[in-house]
Design a protein around this ligand. Structure first.
Ligand code: HAM
Length: 467
């Protein structure tokens, strides 16, 4: 039995899962490049006050933070989310000074919350998030929502639902708060302990209670819609029109208040509707927070963003049967047939890598049969064999697996031969791109750009195109 185990609610990521993470991270970075969001990296821990703001009513702040006292007797907290640290950084570094607005950032980071672990809910998890500052325009909310939505659709997810609501501006929120205070006045005693705390700190959050969700007082609670200022209503309508314009489906959910206290106006949650997902189905969530920058000591500056749980995204892909981890082939496998030839094998391996070929060698002097098993498993395209004859002559035997062609070349000719085979493979691949024969790549026996598949010959396709 292993001497140590990982901590409950944490995960190791390895094997094909790592490849899925890498693909997703690559896609996220590309997408952010297209949308002109710059990466920002902030510390894993901050002063506790960065996250625990005055009178904050959220469960995250009140119950789930990893807070500790360091050697300097300071209270520090492992970041439970990305937004607060980024706003702290924005203000501390005056990132807005002389900048073109909106200022747009993205991050891929680990977050820490001491929640009860279950499928899709971990104590260390990862968020991809974006935050856009300094432009209060429903089109920017639209951009943020559609960026997150595009991540899901580009990956092929279909079982998605966008829930959206508005909490209104400060004036609307204050009026609504007051109305809720009055409404719950007589029933709050009979509600859960969390609701009693929320009643004092932020009665809006009672609407989010999972325990009392069917309590008559909750069901009869006043609706935000009746307290929205004219400008908040118009702002929300413009955002909804934008979603319609882009044909992004959504549902307005007037009970949606979100778990964090800093939101104003727009809030949204995007959930997976796939039954496999279980209770933790929110893939990304966020909204506007137009007072946070000022709270941190910065200028009056609006903000909007979301956080997307990467573990949950992976679970949603699995639930919908989408596999991103196609096996990556090895270009070359170098096979020394005796321990004595390992040094030469190492040199050839280094040469191949230096010339851009993905290459591995055998370090254990296994039998040829065992080494060929590895070639098969790693789908190596070329095998470079170093036996006694080869070493005596300063040559290497190269075998090109797709055609079984075998040649003997001098050490310094190896790269030239690899290049020639790579060119041949590329031409074949390219032909498949150009030809309309509908065969999967590798299915038909075309060579050097000439198709023998018996369907559409290249020339016929050209003729068709020209006619
Ligand atoms: P949040 O709703 O607390 O918002 O988290 C955003 C997303 O992080 C969730 O929708 C979920 O996918 C993922 N997530 C949260 N907790 C866990 C957990 N314990 N295990 C796995 N995944 C989890 C925020 O954090 C805000 N900072 C979002 C935001 C950005 N709002 C504006 N800008």
């Amino acid at each position: 039995m292993s001497r140590f185990q990982k901590i409950k609610g944490t995960r190791d990521v390895y094997g094909s899962e790592v490849k899925r993470w890498q693909k997703i991270e690559h896609l996220l970075r590309e997408l952010c490049f297209l949308y002109d969001y710059a990466e920002i990296r902030t510390p894993e821990f901050e002063s506790t006050e960065v996250f625990k703001r005055e009178d904050d009513s959220s469960d995250m702040v009140n119950k789930e933070m990893y807070t500790f006292i360091d050697q300097g007797k300071r209270s520090l907290t492992l970041r439970p989310e990305g937004t607060a640290g980024i706003v702290r950084s924005l203000v501390e570094n005056k990132l807005y000074a002389g900048a073109d607005l909106p200022l747009k950032y993205y991050y891929i980071e680990s977050n820490f919350r001491s929640e009860n672990p279950q499928k899709g809910r971990y104590r260390i998890f990862h968020q991809f998030g974006v935050e856009a500052f300094g432009a209060k325009n429903p089109l920017l909310d639209l951009e943020v929502i559609t960026l997150g939505y595009t991540v899901l659709t580009v990956l092929g997810l279909k079982d998605i639902k966008i829930l959206i609501n508005t909490l209104g501006d400060e004036e609307s929120r204050n009026n609504y708060r007051e109305a809720l205070h009055k409404h719950f006045q007589d029933s709050i005693e009979g509600m859960c302990a969390d609701c009693q705390r929320r009643y004092k700190q932020n009665p809006l959050r009672i609407l989010d209670c999972k325990v009392d969700k069917n309590h008559p007082a909750l069901l009869s609670a006043p609706k935000i819609d009746d307290y929205l200022s004219a400008s908040s209503k118009a702002y929300f309508q413009q955002l909804l029109e934008g979603l319609k314009m882009l044909e992004v489906p959504y549902e307005v959910d007037d009970r949606l208040v979100r778990g964090l206290d800093y939101y104003t106006d727009t809030v949204f949650e995007v959930v997976s509707t796939n039954p496999e997902m279980g209770a933790q189905a929110t893939l990304f969530a966020g909204g506007r927070y137009d007072k946070l920058v000022e709270y941190f000591g910065g200028p009056e500056m609006s903000g909007v963003g979301f956080g997307l749980g990467l573990e949950r995204l992976l679970l949603a892909l699995e639930a919908e049967g989408i596999d991103l981890a196609d096996e990556e082939m090895l270009d070359v496998y170098v096979m020394p047939l005796d321990e004595k030839y390992q040094k030469e094998a190492f040199i050839l391996t280094t040469m191949a890598r230096a010339n851009g070929y993905r290459c591995e060698m055998d370090y254990q002097t296994r039998s040829m049969k065992a080494q060929f098993k590895t070639v098969e498993r790693k789908q190596a395209q070329v095998v470079a064999i170093l036996g006694e004859d080869e070493i005596m002559q300063g040559r290497v035997t190269l075998k090109y697996i797709p055609s079984q062609q075998q040649v003997s070349v001098g050490f310094y000719e190896m790269i030239g031969q690899l290049d020639a085979w790579a060119k041949q493979a590329f031409a074949k691949h390219q032909h498949h791109h150009d030809c309309d024969c509908n065969h999967e790549h590798g299915e038909c026996d075309c060579e050097d750009g000439e198709c023998h598949c018996g369907h559409h010959h290249h020339q016929e396709v050209e003729d068709e195109k020209n006619s």
